[in-house]
Ligand binder design. Structure first.
Ligand code: GTP
Length: 177
């Protein structure tokens, strides 16, 4: 990551997947460092929840995707440029994995994403749960191997205790630069 450039990372995923927990973990990790963390305010959009957090020069913005495409084109309102996408998957939610796959399709179809090889990182979250799917199962069921036009990866995480989150941040940093 360039030191002076601001990077916009968009965090998406179905409701209950762990987006807020992941962002909270980043905030706490930051609070233990010397640098103060900067929670950012974003004007709320009707029926659409947004959370943001900035760590060094990387601005994370979490969007809830529980609506049917109502967030479409909203990214463009917040950002002129998206540098990376984090897609949080609830690895215990087998029932809605196909819903997550549809949401992913919509994300990849967004004009601001389609036009550029924005890297996308999947978090196979809630890995601490006994019934959690492993990354290989998520890759197969989400058909991630179809993604050929951009760098992508999948990392197992426990957003509650932060397991895997540093690895995730590193992958993002490497992929953005
Ligand atoms: P919305 O705000 O509804 O969009 O959900 P979200 O994606 O922000 O999920 P949130 O962070 O609120 O987490 C949903 C629930 O899952 C909470 O009860 C979390 O404590 C729990 N959770 C999140 N990550 C993990 C994890 O890695 N392991 C376990 N066991 N629970 C988790």
């Amino acid at each position: 990551l360039g030191k002076s450039e601001a990077c916009n990372v968009v965090v998406v995923g179905l409701d209950n997947s762990g987006k807020s927990t992941m962002i909270n973990h980043l905030q706490q990790a930051k609070a233990e460092d010397d640098e103060p963390y900067i929670p950012e305010e974003v004007a709320p959009t009707v029926g659409f929840r947004v959370e943001t957090f900035r760590r060094k020069n990387v601005s994370f913005t979490a969007y809830d995707m529980s609506g049917q495409g109502r967030y479409r084109n909203l990214w463009a309102q917040h950002y002129t440029e998206i540098h990376a996408i984090v897609f949080v998957i609830d690895a215990t939610d087998r029932m809605r994995l196909c819903v997550a796959r549809d949401e992913l399709e919509m994300v990849l179809d967004d004009p601001s994403v389609r036009s550029r090889p924005v890297p996308i990182l999947f978090l196979c979250n809630k890995k601490d749960c006994a019934d959690a799917m492993g990354p290989a199962e998520c890759v197969a069921k989400m058909e991630l191997e179809k993604i050929r036009e951009r760098p992508w990866s999948i990392i197992s995480t426990n957003a509650r205790n932060g397991d895997g989150i540093e690895e995730a941040i590193e992958w993002l940093a490497d992929s953005i630069s």
